[in-house]
Every structure is written in C-alpha cells, then in structure tokens.
Design a protein around this ligand. Structure first.
Ligand code: NAD
Length: 493
C-alpha cells in the first residue's frame, strides 16, 4: 500500500519555534479539494495555550517589541508585507488546498489584501498622535494610548490569512504580543505567517500561533487569566460564548466580528440592471458563499423581478464548481463534509417551507473526493423562512419580491444580524433615506464591491461588537491612559 506522506508542517509556533502539542496529540487535516491528507496538525490544548501566553507575556514585559519606537515596528511590518507578497504563490496554494477557495482569488484577493493590511498598519503606526486635554493651566492632562499587553486572536476558516492579518497587524502595530488560534479547518497559512514575521525581524514570542479545536485551544485562550484582550471572528453562536468567557475569567476586553444575513434591495429604478444582477449573484457566489457579508437576502421590486431572475439564472454557468487549483476556476470547494451537509440541509429546508428552487441545489464532484455544491437560487422566499433568517454560508441566493419600499426596509431590518446591506436606485433621495434606515455596519449604494483597508468593517446587533480595519481597529488593541501633571507656573508667567 502506498503511504501518503504529510506535506505541510502543522506544528504550533511558540516563542519563535515550531513545537508539537505538549500532550503529543495531532489531528489529520484533509483537503476539501479532493479529500487528500495534507498533514497532521498539532491538536493544542490548555497546556499549549499556557506556554504561548507565557511566551507572549515575557516578550511584552521585557519590551522587546512594545518599547520599540513606532518607526521601528513599522519597518518590521512593512518587511513582513513584502515577504507575504514574495511568498504569494505558496500562501495562495496553502489557502486553496486548506479550505477550497479558487487559487486565483486566494492570490489576488486573500494574500494581496493580507499583505496590504500588514503594510497599512505598519505605515500608519508612526503617524498616530496622542492628545493633550484642554484643561486649566494649573495642570497638564496627557491622553495616551498604550498596548493592551497580550492579545488572543481567534479566527475562522473562510479567509484564513486575511482574517488573521486583520487582527494581528493592528495588534502588533500597537505594540502588543499576540497568541493566534487559527481555525482547525485552515491552520497552515497562519503558521507560515508567524514564520515569515520572525524572518521579517519580529522578536520571538511576540507572535505565537497555536492550532487546535475551538472548545479546547480556543476556550483556553478566551478563559486565560493572563490574556488582556480577545479579538474573535466567527459565528454569532461562538461569539456570544467569547463574551461570557471574557466575563467569567479576567474581564479581558472582548471584540467580536460575527455572522450576517445581508439584505440587498433592488428598486425598479436601479440605474443599471445588469450590474445589479452581476453584483447580486457574484457577491453571493464569491468564496463559495462562505463570506460573512454575502448579500444572501435579495429583495427585488416586483415589477422587475422576472427580468432580474432571468438574467441571474443566465449567469449561473459561470459559477459551476470546478477544481480550485485551476486558474480559470471561480467557484471552488466547500470547506468540509460538515459544511457541505449543512448547506444541503438548508436547501432541503427551503423547499420544505415552500420556497421555489430555480437552480442548483445538488452536491457535485468536479474533483473526485472533494466537497462541492451547485450555485443555488430560490425564488418566492419569505423573510420568515429559515433560509432567510439563518446564515447558510454556502452559494445560496434567496429572492424576496417586494412592492412597498417601507415594507422592504422593515423586512431587511427584521434580522438578528446587521453586518452589511445594499440599495440600488437612481433616486438620490431614496438612496439616502434607505441607506439611513438600514441597520447595518456598511451600506452599499449601487454597488457591492467597494472595499478598502481604510474603512471600518463590522456589524450592528448580533453581527458583533467592534470594528476591524481602518484606524478604528486600533481602539481594540489599546487602552486609553490619562496622565495628570501638576503645573506650578513661576511668578510672573
Ligand atoms: P466558528 O464560530 O465555528 O469558529 C470560529 C473560530 O472560533 C475557530 O477558530 C474555532 O475553532 C473557534 N471556536 C469554536 N468554538 C469555540 C469555543 N467554544 N471557544 C473558543 N473558540 C471557539 O466560525 P467558523 O465556522 O470558523 O466561521 C464562519 C463564521 O465566521 C460565519 O458566521 C461568518 O459570518 C463569520 N465571519 C465573520 C466575519 C466578520 O468580519 N464579521 C468575517 C469572516 C467570518
């Protein structure tokens, strides 16, 4: 029998070194592309988290990073960004094999955006000033920002490297030490990130990566008494537990970026129907529908609904799943069997509750042994159906016709989530009014693609607390300190 050799190094990265889990446990990591074994990954637990937090604490306490001048931290982060780009092919391949996304996007979106994020926070950090308060002349009040100390970061599998960088880059720029726990479904790019950071000049112990399962490594990090802040991206269900664990332990600062069920409102006076259709379909199918901000509830004004549906269906051949290692592929594999089954279950439930399946709905196997599902479109969806209320996290578009703008906005807001939303109309007054009325962290007008590291990303309501990206993210990784200095002016001054 031919043994398949593990390809990738799945050991943890603690205090500048690759190490196995203390108790020696590993788990087998398979690729969703074709089911092949990628390697054995360290199944870390509380003892490994203890070791990583101790390394991070020691690094923070002796100031090997925190006390470096902002311009010195900048140089390291900019070098790391360059290394990420130099290793773009390797990192993109890791992402594709690990979680199934098309290699073209892994390289042009994930790795490119991750490098840009690291560079941006590096470049920003020596341009951020502190404050002096307008107090009476008898005293000086300095308002300064200090790093939290040890930051725990827990991230999901849908954009593994990018979500890691959204946390790690601002946390490091601000002078913190970090313990990062990647998803058990996509550990490899985070481990490479730590190796490249060391190569870029980040001192050992400042960035530690501890792979493992949520209820083992993740909860040990969230409950740890010596972690000062926890930055989490993932599901709303686990996000709520993160806040509980923060409260149960040491009241560490907890920030959560969670799920979404974003509404996309297309009015009959939309300025460009073809663009609206392409954005509606493309944004839901992108990343196999495994995006927190996928506009999965599509509200279309009834008078243009049939024309809209016809054009949407005509686009679907472009999104048929194929081998994500091929550069031409735009729809890759679903992350694993569990997620594929979840998506198929929602599709069944949609039909059982009376939604009309217009296209897709089946698992397919363009690559033997892999997990793939057809792009799926439902019409006649009601906002109270399960497929309109719960995050499916698969390539499933639900079309909800409307006739009354106020009612459409009411339904759009009738969700536990509030991550993103969109409105399509050529009427400026309507665009403003609807954008104001939508309860979401980001509202798109006549597009759904704009994105930039300079703007905050995060949600209202159960889509989470806090914002990633932009200078606002630095708020999560710093404490405000006020220092009062008494001033006794010499006589005559
Ligand atoms: P998940 O909540 O299952 O897991 C996220 C991370 O939490 C993983 O690393 C996991 O191991 C860990 N975890 C699981 N249980 C834990 C526990 N008990 N204690 C501590 N950690 C635990 O989410 P997922 O399936 O990996 O990711 C998909 C979710 O992420 C979706 O809901 C998506 O909307 C959300 N997401 C949100 C954003 C955003 O910016 N708002 C971005 C990307 C993904």
């Amino acid at each position: 029998m031919t043994e398949i050799q593990p390809i990738f190094d799945g050991r943890a990265f603690i205090d500048g070194q690759r190490v196995g889990a203390r108790e020696g446990q590993t788990y087998a990591k398979h690729s969703p592309v074709d089911g092949r074994l990628l390697g054995d990954v360290a199944r870390c637990g509380a003892a490994d988290i203890d070791a990583a937090v101790a390394a991070a604490r020691a690094a923070f306490a002796d100031g090997r990073w925190a006390r470096q001048a902002p311009a010195a931290r900048k140089r390291v982060l900019v070098r790391l960004a360059e290394l990420l780009l130099q290793h773009a092919d390797e990192l993109a391949l890791l992402e594709t094999l690990d979680m199934g996304k098309p290699i073209r996007y892994a390289r042009s979106v994930d790795v490119a955006s991750a490098a840009n994020c690291v560079r941006w926070y590096g470049e920003a950090i020596d341009k951020v000033y502190d404050e002096i308060a307008p107090t009476p002349r008898t005293a000086l009040a300095l308002i300064t920002r200090e790093p939290l100390g040890v930051v725990g970061a827990i991230v999901p599998w849908n954009y593994p490297l990018l979500m890691a960088c959204w946390k790690v880059a601002p946390a490091l720029a601000a002078g913190n030490s970090v313990v990062l726990k990647p998803s058990e479904k996509s550990p490899y790019s985070a481990l490479r990130l730590a190796e490249l950071a060391l190569q870029a000049g980040l001192p050992p112990g400042v960035l530690n990566v501890v792979p493992g399962f949520g209820p083992e490594a993740g909860s040990a990090l969230a409950l740890h008494m010596d972690v000062d802040g926890i930055a989490f991206t993932g599901s709303t269900r686990v996000g709520k537990q993160i806040h509980v664990m923060a409260g149960q332990s040491n009241l560490k600062r907890a920030w959560t970026e969670l799920g979404g069920k974003s509404p996309n409102l297309v009015f009959a006076d939309c300025p460009d129907l073809e663009r609206a259709v392409q954005a509606a379909v493309g944004s839901v199918m992108f990343n196999q529908g495994e995006s927190c901000n996928a506009p999965s509830r599509l509200f279309v004004e009834a008078s243009i609904k049939d024309a809209f549906v016809e054009r949407a269906l005509a686009l679907l051949p472009r999104y048929q799943p194929a081998d994500p290692r091929q550069p031409s592929t735009v729809m890759g594999a679903i992350v694993d069997r569990i997620q594929l089954d979840t998506v198929l279950r929602y599709i069944e439930q949609g039909q059982a509750e009376g939604a009309r399946l217009l296209a897709g709905g089946q698992a397919v196997q363009p690559v033997p042994g892999g997990y793939y599902v057809q792009p799926t479109v439902f019409d006649g969806v009601r906002n109270d159906m399960t497929i309109a209320r719960e995050e499916i996290f698969g390539p499933v578009l639900s079309i909800i016709p409307f006739t009354d703008a106020a009612e459409a906005v009411r339904q759009a807001n009738d969700s536990i989530y509030g991550l993103q939303a969109a409105v399509w109309t050529r009427d400026l007054n309507k665009a403003h009014a609807v954008a104001r009325a939508l309860r979401a962290g980001t509202v798109h007008v006549n597009q759904y693609d704009e994105d930039d590291i300079t703007v905050p990303f995060g949600g209202f309501r159960q889509s989470g607390i806090g914002r990633d990206k932009s200078l606002h993210a630095l708020d999560k990784y710093t404490e405000l300190k006020t220092t009062w200095i008494r001033l006794d002016a010499p006589d005559g001054l």
